[in-house]
Write a protein that binds this ligand. Structure first.
Ligand code: SIN
Length: 293
């Protein structure tokens, strides 16, 4: 196994391993690599959906899959992300998955800890995934902003209908109805604005343009400009906290949602197909623990 760290130690490439049926030693090496680099890119993998499930389960309980109409036929916890449309107009996978910066399932009480994305089909151009290091963003914040957000909570929700920072993709069949339904059916969830990583003990900004609607106990007149200011650190890719992954066949990318945000960058379209198999591991509830004085 060889590990090459990317710039600023954010992200790393792992070669020379086969993740099907990993030994305890290999699994622990993957775990340590992800704690050190937050995003890992494992080259030359070819896992079947069932093998991907078995690999994922080594890291904890898998997330319950809400979007079962886009599950892989071999296992309902493998979510298919794809822009492919069947002749009857229905979508093979989730078409607009991850189109705004987010941490997976932060709209759930117990959000996703790890996401594992296996690239199955790539378009010739586009289809990259951007990652942002949220430890580095937190560390870069001025002290007066840290003083405003440390220990505070923000409200997260899945429906794009409730979030003026997002638009609903016109290429996803049924999306308007889906988000209308979610707006009524899903509860709001409060999450700490600053999240303490339960393994590394480091603080990370834990808010996203995709899921964070407002700040608890703060007037929108103050909270929305503050969120806009925080999101500039994420959306301004000139700052040194980012890694953009360009897929090659056989890439498996795994990331730690406790301390990163990501987004699918798009930039491709039919007849070119992008298809990914996505599995997720739930972690515990997010929390904030003040740094020792
Ligand atoms: C995701 O947001 O989980 C998927 C990102 C991607 O498809 O690039």
């Amino acid at each position: 196994m060889k590990i090459n760290a990317f710039a600023n130690d954010f992200g790393s490439e792992i070669t020379g391993v086969d993740l099907r049926d990993p030994s305890d030693e290999l699994r622990e090496a993957i775990h340590q690599a992800i704690l050190a680099h937050q995003v890992i890119v494992v080259r030359d993998q070819k896992m079947s959906p069932l093998e991907q499930v078995s690999f994922t389960e080594h890291f904890g309980p898998m997330e319950w899959q809400e979007n079962k109409q886009h599950s892989h036929p071999d296992h309902d916890k493998v979510l298919v992300l794809s822009n492919e449309i069947r002749p009857d107009g229905t979508a093979v996978g989730v078409v607009d998955a991850g189109d705004y910066w987010h941490s997976d399932s932060s709209h759930h009480e117990e959000p996703v800890m790890y996401t594992i994305l296996q690239s199955i089909t790539n378009p010739a151009t586009g289809g990259d995934t951007d990652f942002c290091n949220m430890y580095a963003v937190y560390d870069a914040l001025p002290d007066e902003i840290k003083a405003k957000i440390d220990g505070r909570y923000a409200i997260h929700h899945v429906s794009k209908k409730l979030n003026p920072r997002t638009n609903i993709s016109p290429t996803r069949p049924g999306a308007e109805d889906f988000y209308e339904f979610q707006a009524k059916a899903r509860p709001e969830v409060r999450q700490p604005l600053v999240r303490t990583h339960d393994e590394t003990g480091r603080q990370a900004l834990y808010a996203s343009p995709r899921f964070t609607l407002r700040i608890e106990d703060m007037d929108d007149a103050e909270a929305q400009p503050l969120l806009d200011e925080l999101f500039k650190y994420v959306t301004d890719r000139k700052r040194p906290y980012h890694y953009r992954h360009k897929y090659t066949d056989g890439d498996l990318v795994m990331w730690d949602n406790r301390c990163t945000l990501h987004r699918a960058t798009g930039g491709y379209g039919l007849p070119e197909i992008r298809r990914m198999h996505r599995t997720t591991v739930v972690g515990g509830k997010a929390f904030y623990k003040p740094a020792a004085a």
